[in-house]
Design a protein around this ligand. Structure first.
Ligand SMILES: C[S@@+](CC[C@H](N)C(=O)[O-])C[C@H]1O[C@@H](n2cnc3c(N)ncnc32)[C@H](O)[C@@H]1O
Length: 230
């Protein structure tokens, strides 16, 4: 009888470099985000018109606003499950969810993530965090408004995380729609904050979507694009 050698599998989010960066990012968020956001809301309230997405990003430049750790684990699991060749993230911030997705791609040995962020300082921080986690080669970071940076994607998209400003989920989805592969999965974070018109679209079978709300983390919507209209 021959005995197969057992080689250890990837450590996933428990990889020491990955878990160290994630622990630091969550600790920073717990320490800082509430105060930064209180200041941002107070400042926005003083303005005669609501801030534009870029102005809101500047007000929140020091807040990391990471995905809930449960969503992070779901993103890693979906990444391993779906083995996406092409994944997209709207809203990089300091790179918490970017790291969770990129770890899955690295452990699969296949796939690339494109993540986009409006604030230049956050792109720099995310780049440094990805490097520290050893995940730079799995990710392309794009600086700019997702409505521009995600237009004209060259290849079919298999997995999408929407986690930028909530009023932009629908315009960003509309930009991504032509690139979605049938069976693509879309994760929309912060379900309680999402506009009704977005939810109507993403739950509309006639528009090609099958969707489920999940009480996970801060509340998410898990959706697949079937590619079949009508
Ligand atoms: C909730 S945070 C993202 C958190 C990140 N996914 C994580 O887990 O660390 C939302 C981010 O989206 C960015 N954002 C908002 N609107 C954007 C847009 N139009 N294009 C690109 N990024 C945008 C904000 O600057 C902010 O950093």
């Amino acid at each position: 009888m021959s005995v197969l050698p057992v080689t250890p599998g990837p450590l996933g989010l428990d990889d020491p470099a990955v878990s160290a960066v994630l622990a630091r990012l969550y600790a920073t968020a717990r320490h800082t985000d509430q105060e930064v956001m209180a200041r941002a809301f107070a400042e926005a309230a003083k303005r005669p018109v609501p801030p534009t997405p870029a102005e809101a990003a500047a007000l929140c430049a020091e807040a990391s606003l990471p995905v809930h750790p449960q969503l992070g684990r779901l993103l890693y699991t979906l990444g391993r499950m779906l083995r996406p060749r092409s994944a997209i993230e709207f809203g990089t911030s300091f790179g918490t969810s970017t790291i969770q997705l990129a770890a899955a791609l690295r452990d699969n040995g296949v796939g690339h993530l494109v993540s986009t962020e409006l604030d230049p300082g956050k792109v720099d921080r995310a780049r440094a965090n990805l490097a520290e986690a050893g995940l730079s080669s799995q990710v392309t970071l794009l600086l700019g408004d997702a409505r521009r940076t995600l237009a004209d994607l060259p290849e079919p998209v298999d997995l999408v995380l929407l986690d930028g400003w909530k009023e932009l989920y629908l315009p960003v989805l509309e930009i991504l729609e032509p690139a979605l592969r049938p069976g693509a999965v879309i994760v929309s974070d912060n379900l309680p904050m999402l506009p009704e018109e977005y939810l109507e679209r993403i739950r509309d079978r006639r528009r090609g979507y099958v969707s489920l709300d999940l009480p996970l983390g801060d509340g998410i919507e898990l959706t697949t694009w079937t590619g079949v209209l009508g």
